[in-house]
Design a protein around this ligand. Structure first.
Ligand code: SF4
Length: 341
C-alpha cells in the first residue's frame, strides 16, 4: 500500500537578508514499506526526523528527493483534486487533542466538516455517519455529547473526537502522531486499545509515531528506530524487543524502563550528548560521537548500511526483516563465518 523509497526531506537555510546557508537534513534516505492491515511504529528522540517524515506522508511538505508511493500513486506529485482525494484516504491523529479541535465548533460540526468538504451534501446522511463513528469510538451517550464544545469534554473524550474525525471518511491509512503522550496514564491504554480495534476491524494500515518505546507493544507489528534523519534499526516488534541490536535502540529501551529489554543493559540512560546537527551531521555513523562501542577509524569514517541481524544464540538471521545499520553487525557476521569454518 505504502512504499517510501530513499526519502529525503531537506529544509533550506537562508542567510540573513538573502543567500543560501546550507540545508537541514531532517529526513536523509529513509525507505520502508507498509501493507494493508499492517501497523508500524516509528520511534526516536525529538529532532530525529519523525515529524518531517510524517508531514511528507501526509503531503504537508514535499520530498526533496526520493518517492512516496501510495497504491501506485506518486504522492509527491499530487495537486488539486487528486491531493484532496489522497488526503481523504489518509487519516491523521494529532498529539494534542485540544489544540487539534476548533474551540468554537460543536462535536457534530467538527465531525461533519470532512464530509462536507468531500461532497456529502445530505444532512441526514452526514448525521447518520457522525452517529455511527461516535458509537464506534465510544463517544457515548451520543445525545449528550454531540452538541457540546471541545472544552466541555475530558482529554480522553477529546482524543476520541480526533480519532472519529480521522476515521469518518473511512481512510485506508492512519498516521497517529504521539496519540497518547498528552493524556493521563489511566486513559492511554484505552486509547491504544481503541486504535488497535479500529485497525483490525477496518483492516487499516497504521503508522504510529512515538518517542516512547514502552507503548509500541500494544500496537505495532513492525518498528523502525530513527536517529539523525536515518533509520538505524528495523524489525518485527517482538524481534526488536527481544534482540535489540543497534546501540541507540538498546539505549532507548533501557531509558524506557521496559522490563523485557533484556539485552539493553549496557547503558543506564540515553548516552550523554545531544543528537547531532542535521546541517553538518557527523561523518561515518551519525551515532558515533555518543556510542561507547564506536570503532575508531571505522565508525567515524564509513557510514554503515543496514544488514540482517544475527541471533547470538543460534547464529541465524532473527525473524523476518530484522536489520540494523551498525558495524557491530558486520563483526557478528565475521565471527559467524569463522565459527562455521
Ligand atoms: Fe556505534 Fe559504530 Fe555501531 Fe555506530 S556503527 S552504532 S558508532 S558501533
Amino acid at each position: 500500500m505504502l512504499k517510501v523509497n530513499d526519502l529525503h526531506v531537506w529544509y533550506e537555510l537562508k542567510k540573513f537578508g538573502f543567500g543560501h546557508a546550507g540545508y537541514v537534513r531532517a529526513v536523509d534516505g529513509v525507505s520502508f514499506e507498509l501493507t494493508k492491515g499492517e501497523s508500524i511504529a516509528c520511534v526516536g528522540e525529538s529532532g530525529c526526523g519523525k515529524s518531517s517524515l510524517m508531514k511528507a506522508i501526509l503531503r504537508l511538505n514535499k520530498p526533496t528527493k526520493g518517492t512516496i508511493d501510495f497504491n501506485g500513486i506518486d504522492v509527491g506529485s499530487l495537486g488539486g483534486e487528486d491531493l484532496k482525494a489522497y488526503r481523504s484516504e489518509v487519516g491523521f491523529i494529532q498529539q494534542d487533542p485540544f489544540g487539534a479541535l476548533a474551540p468554537f465548533m460543536t462535536i457534530r460540526q467538527i465531525l461533519e466538516e470532512p464530509l462536507i468538504i468531500n461532497g456529502v451534501s445530505n444532512a441526514d446522511e452526514r448525521l447518520k455517519k457522525v452517529e455511527r463513528i461516535m458509537e464506534e469510538v465510544k463517544l457515548t451517550p451520543i445525545a449528550e455529547i454531540i452538541n457540546k464544545f471541545p472544552h466541555m469534554l475530558s482529554g480522553g473524550q477529546q482524543q476520541r473526537v480526533v480519532i472519529a474525525r480521522a476515521m469518518i471518511l473511512e481512510p485506508k491509512l492512519l498516521v497517529a502522531d504521539e496519540p497518547v503522550s498528552m493524556l493521563d496514564a489511566s486513559v492511554r491504554v484505552e486509547i491504544l486499545k481503541l486504535l488497535r480495534n479500529l485497525q483490525e476491524k477496518h483492516n487499516l494500515a497504521v503508522i504510529y509515531i512515538t518517542h516512547d518505546l514502552s507503548t509500541v507493544r500494544y500496537f505495532s507489528e513492525y518498528i523502525f528506530v530513527m536517529y539523525a534523519g536515518q533509520i538505524v534499526e528495523f524489525a518485527p516488534i517482538r524481534d526488536l524487543l527481544q534482540n535489540p541490536t543497534h546501540p541507540y535502540t538498546r539505549a532507548l529501551l533501557e531509558a524506557s524502563g521496559d522490563p523485557d529489554a533484556k539485552n539493553a543493559l549496557e547503558y543506564k540512560e540515553i548516552p550523554p550528548g545531544e543528537p547531532p546537527s542535521l546541517v553538518n551531521p557527523p561523518s561515518g555513523c551519525r551515532f558515533h560521537p555518543r556510542c561507547k562501542f564506536a570503532i575508531k577509524g571505522k565508525c567515524d569514517v564509513d557510514m554503515p548500511k543496514p544488514m540482517p541481524v544475527v541471533d547470538g544464540s543460534n547464529m541465524a538471521i532473527t525473524g523476518n526483516k530484522h536489520v540494523a545499520a551498525c558495524w557491530l553487525v558486520e563483526e557478528e557476521w565475521k565471527n559467524h563465518a569463522e565459527l562455521a569454518n
